[in-house]
Every structure is written in structure tokens, then in C-alpha cells.
Write a protein that binds this ligand. Structure first.
Ligand code: TMP
Length: 228
């Protein structure tokens, strides 16, 4: 089957620790798929809708003191809106959806804070029904390398969230950035063990020693070999 037929109406997520290069890879993948005539809807979690963007800013920069339960609910609220408003309609119209993070991130990050992964998955079902990603690719690298790369990236770029950072507590790091290395090690461990617990297919891709070009080739290979 050609790639276009295969990816029609499919929901693909790229996820992984901060600094794993998801953003860059999503951009490259989107261009590659579009050059093959595939209609792509690219989106981001949390965010991707007007309501979701407000939640994104809140959870990243304005939620000091939030309880773990309330934080999980905010992430779920953002993606309930994202699925209803963006992802489901795009899939129904035959587009391929590429999403930056999803419930896999809640499992890893809130799971690393001690929140039950089983409960996260149950809440996930309540938030998104059966619109789970057909394939989740986790870009895997050691926590130390991820922290280093994320730090370099932050000091080099003025991202979409930049203005908002000044409105809240920290102009340089969100709450997740500023957690200790041991927390990010746990995040990585959960990502690496997600296949089996997660409702649909999860592929772990080691990106530690690879260039951007090699990683994008490996992602293409995963997509062409994937059986949906
Ligand atoms: P990013 O989209 O810029 O990577 O930032 C999102 C941050 O929020 C990142 O550090 C991971 C964290 N996060 C969670 O803690 N739980 C979630 O469910 C999601 C989607 C992200």
C-alpha cells in the first residue's frame, strides 16, 4: 500500500522528554508527507485550540501550587477540546494528524510525580473517547542530554510562549523545565515502558547519537513499516 493510502485518517503522535527534538522532527515529517501529496493537520498538546492555548499557558507558567489532580484535569480538558475541535474532524476528512505530545506525556510527567498511570489512562478514555493515536513514536534520550539540549534551545530561541513567560513567574523556564534531573530520569523510564500499558501502538526510537537527518529517516522507516 502506498504511504498516502496508509496514512489517510491516521493519528500519529511524536512524544518524548524535553530536548528530544520533537518539534524539529514534526516539521520535517510534515514537509515530507505533504511532498507526497498527504494532507496533514499538525497540532500540539496542550494547546491547538483557543481554549487549549489558554490552558497551555496556565499549566506551563501560571499554575504554581496546583494539585496533581487539578493539573491532570487541565491537561485532559485541553485535549478533550483538541480532539473534538481539531483531531476528530481532521481524521474524519481523511487527513493525517501529527500531534506534538498527547496522553503519553501525562503518563510520563504526571506519572513521574507519582500520579497513577492507570487513572491517567481511565481519565484519558473519558476525555477523548476512542480517539487514541494509531501510533505514538517516543524519541528517547538520556535525561542529562535532554536537559542540556532543551537548555541550549531555550537560550537560543524566542518561542511562541515567550511573551507569556513574562506574564507569569519565570521568563526562562516552565515548571516542568525547572524540576530536578531525577524527575526527568523517571519521565524517561515511564516513556520507555509505555508500550503494553498504552491502548495503541508505541514505538521507542533511540535518538541519543543520531543527527537530525538520521532521526527523520528512522521516523519515515517506522511509518512505512507500521501496520495499522
Ligand atoms: P512543550 O509542549 O513545550 O514540550 O511543554 C509542555 C510541558 O508540559 C513539557 O515539559 C511536558 C509537560 N507536559 C506534562 O507535564 N503533561 C502533559 O500531559 C503534557 C502534554 C505535557
Amino acid at each position: 500500500m502506498d504511504l498516502r493510502e496508509k496514512l489517510k485518517g491516521k493519528f500519529i503522535v511524536l512524544d518524548g522528554p524535553d530536548g528530544s527534538g520533537k518539534g524539529t522532527q514534526l516539521k520535517i515529517l510534515r514537509e515530507y508527507l505533504e511532498s507526497h501529496g498527504i494532507e496533514v493537520a499538525g497540532t500540539i498538546d496542550p494547546g491547538g485550540t483557543a481554549i487549549g492555548n489558554k490552558i497551555r499557558k496556565l499549566v506551563k507558567y501560571g499554575s504554581k501550587g496546583i494539585t496533581a489532580n487539578a493539573e491532570v484535569m487541565l491537561f485532559m480538558a485541553s485535549r478533550a477540546q483538541l480532539v473534538a475541535e481539531v483531531i476528530k474532524p481532521a481524521l474524519m476528512s481523511g487527513k493525517t494528524v501529527l500531534c506534538d505530545r498527547f496522553i503519553s506525556s501525562t503518563c510520563a510527567y504526571q506519572g513521574a510525580s507519582g500520579y497513577s498511570i492507570d487513572t491517567i489512562l481511565e481519565l484519558g478514555w473519558a476525555a477523548i473517547g476512542d480517539t487514541w493515536p494509531d501510533l505514538t513514536i517516543i524519541l528517547d534520550l538520556p535525561a542529562e542530554t535532554g536537559r542540556q539540549r532543551a537548555g541550549v534551545e531555550r537560550s537560543r530561541t524566542v518561542g511562541d510562549d515567550y511573551e507569556q513567560r513574562h506574564l507569569f513567574d519565570s521568563p526562562t523556564a516552565d515548571y516542568f523545565d525547572s524540576r530536578p534531573l531525577e524527575y526527568h530520569r523517571k519521565v524517561r523510564r515511564i516513556f520507555r515502558n509505555l508500550a503494553g500499558k498504552y491502548p495503541r501502538k508505541v514505538e521507542i526510537l533511540d535518538v541519543k547519537d543520531d543527527t537530525i537527518d538520521v532521526v527523520s529517516e528512522k521516523i519515515r522507516a517506522i511509518l512505512s513499516e507500521a501496520e495499522f
